[in-house]
Design a protein around this ligand. Sequence first.
Ligand code: CA
Length: 224
Amino acid sequence: MNILVIEDDPSVRTLVKAVLEHNGNSVFTADNASDGEEMAIENEYEMIILDLGLPDGDGYEVCKNIRDKNIITPVLILSGEQETDVKVKCLKVGADDYLTKPFNTEELLARLEAIERRTQSGSEQQLSCGELKVDLLKREFTINGNKVQLTNNEFNLLVYFMKNKNRIITQEELAEKVWDIHFDTQTNYINVYISYLRKKIREHSDVDYIETIRKKGFTFRCDQ
Ligand code: CA
């Protein structure tokens, strides 16, 4: 597996990296929240190991932010906090499991395996609409089996559309939910991204899935 480890304590980071690499994984590391979050959003990992106490922020925020970007990579939290409410808070912001420091490396590996089994058996990693298929874990989009390369923004937009099909979605909603910003009528970039996405879909399909609803927004049409 490709695993991202976000941990500021160099001894823990080195230990976790060594153990995971010894077990055949490729390990990438970040020692602060902002780098870790950026890596998690920009790259494809199969697992994220996340420390709670980071020098420039906390793991809750990192976890929440990457889930808000529709990244469903499993997250295991590592923390010295033993309190139940801390563990509950982690699970509520989208973490998959929690391991208390100091930990036994065998338990770490066993928990990662258990998370992997649970997440791979779930069907929620796939979205489909007829010929359109999205694999959320691999962040892969195919039309009739043909892989379509999308940028991160286009991918996030497509996922939001597919999760909210057959209803009118306003530009304000897209700005807030996909880009996490306040909508500004002066900018046209949402329309620009929609036209990119529409064009890429039309290169492989005869169907125009994204309907523009005049003065209201857009509807992603999917009857299947
Ligand atoms: Ca720490």
